[in-house]
Design a protein around this ligand. Structure first.
Ligand code: SF4
Length: 66
């Protein structure tokens, strides 16, 4: 799985960081920053939950393209 983040939509709520700290961080401006791009296991499950909780629909998961 691969995670993408659209910082132009992010409102800096921090839900994603609390839900999947191994995947998301917040930059100095408070907006989302990705820790890593390719996910598996627990990080993938946490990231999927974070996507469902993001109030701005700023993050999404997609199947890894080779
Ligand atoms: S949950 Fe969404 S709006 Fe909140 S910081 Fe993460 S990407 Fe931004």
């Amino acid at each position: 799985m691969r995670i993408t983040a659209d910082r132009s939509r992010c409102v800096g709520s921090g839900n994603c960081v609390r839900t999947a700290p191994g995947v998301f961080d917040q930059a100095d401006d408070g907006l989302v920053r990705l820790v890593g791009g390719t996910l598996s296991g627990e990080d993938a499950r946490n990231a999927a939950e974070a996507v469902s909780l993001c109030p701005a629909a700023a993050i999404s998961l997609a199947a890894q393209e080779d």
